[in-house]
Design a protein around this ligand. Sequence first.
Ligand code: SF4
Length: 206
Amino acid sequence: MTIAYRAKGNIYLNITNRCSSDCVFCLAKFTDTFCGYNLKLDSEPSAEDILHELELEFLEGPAGEVVFVGFGEPTMRLEVILEVAEWLKLRRISSRLDTNGHGQLLHPERDVAHELAVAGIGSVSVSLVAHNSEVYNQLCRPMFSKAYRAVLRFAEDCLAEGLKVTLSVVDLPEVDIEACRSIAEKMGAEFRVRQLLTPESEEVRA
Ligand code: SF4
């Protein structure tokens, strides 16, 4: 199983396979492999495991940034993110969180955006998915009933904490891309359209 891997000049950290959504377009539905790495975890790595893997990766050379991802939702493991982000901050290494935006729903007793900022996460890519809650629920099938509003709120909270925020969508026929772009612009976030990954995609076949 792969905990840390390189792609696009960055180091990606695969920290969980658990998720608070069940997206119809999720890569994990049809493969365990991405960019040639097996991302199916036998067990979730501890912060120590991740730091060990990171040290090995950095022996191979620098990286643009370290990205918290997973074949799942990384904020399921908020404590691990915070600990590793602190380690990166001490070494002045940029870090990013790729998330479905459910962090505050998963940890309602905490101020997740603030804790991420304090730990040194520099940017957050939030999966907006859709232009309204109906389409969002249809595509993501989240475990929370008011997830769409919470995703928007989480992105706003991250912006308020001074993090660079990108809202992303997958190019699907159900999604009004321009309406999503407008949501991002009004919020002051960057916007990115991702191509739908299929079993035929290069990243999956690699
Ligand atoms: S949020 Fe990401 S990991 Fe979770 S089901 Fe959706 S695509 Fe998969």
